[in-house]
Structures are given as C-alpha cells and as structure tokens.
Design a protein around this ligand. Structure first.
Ligand SMILES: *Cc1c(COP(=O)(O)O)cnc(C)c1O
Length: 422
C-alpha cells in the first residue's frame, strides 16, 4: 500500500529488527567488520549491499536517505555534507570540461556562485535563463553539450514559483536531465518527480532538519531517466575503468549509482552520521511543521499586504501574487514560510525596522522553526551598488522573512511594533 506523506515522514527510512533500537542508532564508525574476504569483495564489486567505509555509505545516513527517498518518491538517495555539495556532486556526475548546463537565474546565492564562477574555472559553462521566460526562449540555450537543466521549486530569496512541467517537457524533448532544488517547498508541499523532474536535491539544513541543528544535503534519483544509448551522456554508456568496466546506463538507478560510486568516492562530501541522525528525527515532524509554516505565513502575508508602510510583498498565498496560479497547481497544500517584502523608504529604515524586532531575529539562515529575517542590502549583498542590487533582483528595501511555527499572533504583533518604530 502506498502510504501518505504524513505517515512517511514519521515511519519511512528505518525498520528495526527484533530487539534493535526503535530509531536509527548513530553508527559513529568509519569502517565495518567482515570476517570473510569474499563478502567484502562482493561489496566492492557492487554485487552485494552493505557498508564498508562511511565515505561511501553508513547505516545512520542510509536511514535518512531512505526517508527522503520515500518522501520524494525516488529510487535512491545520497546524503551529502551540505546542500552545496549535493548540487556540486549532481553536476559532476553529469558534466565535465567543455559541457554546459542551464540554470534559472533566480537561485540560491551559493548555487549562483558555484555555477557562474567555480564551474567556469573547471570548464563547465552555465547558461542562466529567466524561469518565467517562454519555453521556446529557454530552448535556444540547449545544444549538444548541454548536460543538465537546474532550477528551484520556490526560488530563494526571489520566491518565484517554477512552472515545473514547462521545463520538464523541454528536458524530455532534448533528452537532458532535469534537476530541481526542492529545499524551500519540501516533498510535503511539492514532489517535483511527479511533475517530470529527474533528480531532486535538498539542502537538508533547512526545513528537513527544521531545527537549525545540522548542515546537510540530499540527492534523490527519480530513476526514470533513460541514459542507455543517449549520445548526450557517453560517460554513462562507456565502461568506467575506475570501476572494473561498469556501464552505468545499464543499471537501475544509473544516476544514483554513478554519483555515489564515482563522485562520492572521489570527492568525499558525505553526510556525517550525527547530522543524519538529527536530520532523520527532524523529518519526523516535517508534515506538521510545513502545515504550520504555511498557515502562519499566509496570515502574516495578508497582514503585511494591507500595512501602509509596506511597499510590496511577495508570497504565493496572496491572490494578487504573480505566482498564485502556479502555486495553486504545484503547492496546493501550502506555500511554505518564506516571503519577501519591501518597506517604504531608505536602507536606513530597513535597518531600524530589523533592530526594533524582538521575537524575530536577524540571521543568514532560513526555514527552521524560529521566525527570522535578513536585509540583504545591508548584509549578504552590502558590497553591491543600488543598480547592481536591482540587477540581482534584490531591491535595496527587500526584507526576507522566514516565518516560523510560533503563534502567528505573536509574529504579527512583533512586526507591528517594529513597523511603528520606522
Ligand atoms: C541553503 C540553500 C542551499 C545550500 O545549502 P547548504 O546546506 O547551506 O549548503 C541550496 N539551495 C537552497 C534553496 C538553499 O536555501
């Protein structure tokens, strides 16, 4: 029986055998014991499943991987040390020097740097596109060396809701892998694999963990992309000499296997057992939390929309929002806790507002249980001129608010008091 998402949050990923711990124990061990040489040889040949070294796999990390894999509806998942490493490993599994990838221009700042600056140094070109552009325009960027299309379900911090099926159709037409960063929506609010995405990546440092306790990332392989005979992906179709001549395209879950066996082996950005444990138990309450984050955010957005000192507000729950219709399709059960808004007036006014908040704290983090704010123009983006800020889609008065799971009345009254002081 296919269980519902609330049940999977609580139950998926780990099943104890008789007498074993009810929740996954922290397997704080680099290595694993085998008395028989052949048993270990079979592991190295990928003929048997099991653990031998925690850089490749670990039982606690496997429990968390299993949970996220079940939530997204994939065939395999790989726990990573951070969301950034999950994104980097995804690219390196598919692309090399001379190749290119496509990425929506409004993405997480770290991803923008990785794709625009670091990948360029390695010979991989990133072609950025406007997520709202017509498919025909985005299509022009695809050529024979395009290995990946990448975008976020809900872009951070622009809060753009992606038309997933528009991009999926394009990717399918050209036989290109389509990966989605589903960090801000979470599988509770949206499962992009059901809309045609091939790979999901997460920064589990955000809602999945939920407590701002553990940095982490996950890659989920949807398992449906057919690499076999696809000329775009020779590295999946020729024998991997570094792995006894394995041809990945012939395997079920080709992407996930290549990613772990090749890239995790060589780059070692694996999740730690302790962080996997924290992220696993964090996910137990994910469905409940996303419901509350979404409800609170909807109330806060409706309040701010009518406030005379607010110039504009961006949350897809608002009927006037540009992404309201897309959110109805892709995020019908809640639009999450992330929003941005602009205060009328100067940069100084924004700083004054932030300092007047008492409950809501200033942080660079987002998407955990506590409400928090950030003013990019005076922190993360402070080196940019007003013109550059505009080009980056971050107006000088933009305030990013991550609505937590406190009582919504308390969040609103904190905002109200602070707005009185500007
Ligand atoms: C935070 C974040 C990342 C990066 O994740 P880390 O765990 O901080 O490395 C990637 N994508 C999105 C949408 C994020 O919010």
């Amino acid at each position: 029986m296919k269980r519902k998402i609330e049940t999977l949050c609580v139950q998926a990923g780990y099943e104890p055998k008789s007498g074993e711990a009810r929740i996954p124990p922290v397997a704080q061990s680099t290595t694993f014991y085998y008395p028989k040489t052949q048993d270990m040889a079979d592991l190295f040949d990928l003929k048997a499943d099991g653990y031998f070294y925690s850089r490749l796999a670990n039982p606690t990390v496997a429990a968390f991987e299993g949970k996220v894999c079940a939530l997204e509806g994939g065939v395999a998942a790989i726990g990573c040390s951070s969301g950034m490493s999950a994104t980097a490993l995804t690219v390196f599994t598919l692309a090399g020097a001379g190749d290119n990838i496509l990425c929506a221009s409004a993405v997480y700042g770290g991803t923008y740097n990785l794709f625009g600056v670091t990948l360029k140094k390695l010979g991989i070109e990133c072609r950025f596109f406007e997520a709202d552009a017509p498919a025909e325009e985005i299509e022009k960027l695809i050529d024979g060396r395009t290995k990946l299309i990448f975008a976020e379900t809900i872009a951070n911090p622009a809060i753009i809701v992606l038309d997933i099926e528009k991009i999926a159709k394009l990717a399918k037409k050209h036989g290109v892998v389509f990966a989605i960063d589903n960090t801000l929506a979470t599988p509770v609010l949206c499962r992009p694999l059901e809309h045609g995405a091939d790979i999901i990546i997460h920064s589990s440092s955000k809602y999945l963990d939920g407590h701002a306790a553990a940095l982490g990332g996950v890659i989920v392989d949807g398992g449906k992309f057919d690499f076999e005979g696809n000329e775009r992906y020779p590295s999946f179709n020729v024998p991997d000499e570094s792995y006894h001549g394995l041809v990945y395209a012939k395997l079920k879950g080709a992407f996930g296997t290549k990613c772990r066996a090749q890239m995790m082996r060589d780059l070692g950005a694996i999740m730690s057992p302790q962080n996997a444990f924290l992220s696993y138990i964090g996910c137990d309450t994910l469905a409940l939390r996303m419901e509350r984050h979404s409800q609170n955010a909807q109330r806060v957005a409706a309040y701010l929309e009518n406030h005379p000192k607010i110039e504009w507000i961006n949350h897809p729950s608002l009927p006037k929002n540009r992404y309201y219709e897309l959110a109805k399709k892709y995020l019908p059960n809640g639009q999450g806790g992330m929003m941005s808004f602009g205060i009328k007036g100067s940069v100084e006014k924004c700083a004054k507002f932030l300092e007047a908040l008492e409950l809501i704290t200033q942080e660079t983090h987002v998407a955990d249980v506590r409400s928090c704010v950030l003013h990019p123009a005076s922190t993360t983006h402070r080196q940019l001129s007003e013109a550059d800020l505009k080009a980056a889609g971050v107006p000088h008065n933009l305030i990013r608010l991550s609505v937590g799971i406190e009582n919504a009345d308390d969040i609103i009254s904190d905002l109200e008091n602070a707005l009185k002081r500007v």
